[in-house]
Design a protein around this ligand. Structure first.
Ligand code: 13P
Ligand code: SF4
Length: 300
């Protein structure tokens, strides 16, 4: 009997498919992926790959972004229920209302959002480029949706006010400053790496605020040997694999787990390749406007 990994590899070959996985995926899913990365890295990667079939191991908005950028490819998500609660906190109607309340303001939309919200926005951003994206808009008034934490991080970095929407990531919200303080007391020499989706008290304790991809690159390049990691637990797989001589202390590893990221399992990846399901598509009228907002971000 072939192992599930062998069956996936065989079918992947037969379908001419590629498997990409977000840094928060289960260890075993990251292990069979051809590429792992953060939201920006994965959307860029998919657009440049020669494969017609992409199994996207991540949450729905990520696969949707890939489908918008590469409409000619078959983008599969092995569990269509793997959504992002933060993305579900914002609607296109809410953005239209904000635009009516603030005429002339530019809308910056975090990629953790549905396609029709992107279509209503001037430009997208991810956690790795949010500061640069807002900076690129000069002095324009900026409505930032949906993440209040990433938005207030950007506002702090640029020393200016933004109109913030009240969305947040429930997983990062579970990381508390007291959890970080406890680890800092235990490992005083460790550097604190945190994701900008963390709330302000946690962000204030961080030495570095980084996207998941930036965290991986930072840990490799750093002379430091010990880190406290304030983000979703899945990233520790890559951090530990890529840095055998270094130690990583995850903050609140039992609670800082995104249940949606964990909906993607090896079995479902195999079924995806067997049945060519579930294809992610976006209606053309929405996709072309959303693509504009994503492309403007990629040009920065
Ligand atoms: P990154 O772009 O940093 O990987 O973040 C995506 C995400 O969903 C964080 O919760
Ligand atoms: Fe969404 Fe948070 Fe999960 Fe990222 S970690 S996919 S923001 S719920």
């Amino acid at each position: 009997m072939k192992s599930i990994e062998e069956q996936i590899a065989e079918l992947k070959e037969k379908r001419g498919a590629v498997i990409v996985a977000h840094n928060y995926q289960l260890d075993e899913v990251q292990a069979i992926a051809d590429f792992t990365g953060d939201s920006l890295e994965l959307s860029r990667k998919v657009a440049t790959l020669p494969n017609d079939v992409v199994v996207f191991c991540g949450v729905h908005f990520m696969a949707e972004t890939a489908a918008i950028l590469s409409p000619e490819k078959t983008i599969l998500i092995s569990d269509p229920q793997a959504g992002c609660p933060m993305a579900d906190m914002i609607t296109a109607d809410a953005v239209r209302r904000l635009k009516a309340e603030h005429p002339g303001a530019k809308v910056v939309c975090y990629v953790n959002s549905p396609a029709d919200v992107k279509a209503e926005s001037d430009i997208c951003c991810t956690s790795s480029n949010a500061v640069k994206v807002v900076e690129s808009l000069g002095n324009a008034e900026v409505i930032f949706v949906p993440d209040r934490n990433l938005g207030s991080f950007v506002a702090g970095r640029l020393g200016r006010a933004l109109i913030l929407y009240n969305g947040f990531c429930p997983t990062h919200e579970r990381i508390r400053d007291v959890d970080v303080l406890e680890l800092k007391a235990k490992y005083p020499g460790a550097l604190v790496l945190a994701h900008p989706e963390c709330n302000r008290p946690v962000r204030e304790l961080a030495d570095e605020l980084l996207s998941t991809g930036q965290m991986c690159r930072f840990a490799q390049a750093s002379d430091h040997k010990e880190f406290i990691v304030a983000t979703e637990f899945g990233i520790n797989y890559r951090l530990r694999n890529e840095n055998p001589g270094k130690t990583f202390h995850p903050v609140n590893p039992d609670r800082a787990v995104c249940p949606n990221m964990k909906k993607i399992t090896l079995e479902k990846v195999l079924w995806s390749l067997q049945d060519m399901k579930h294809r992610v598509t976006v209606p053309e009228s929405i996709a072309c406007r959303a693509a504009g907002a994503i492309q403007r971000m990629l040009e920065i």
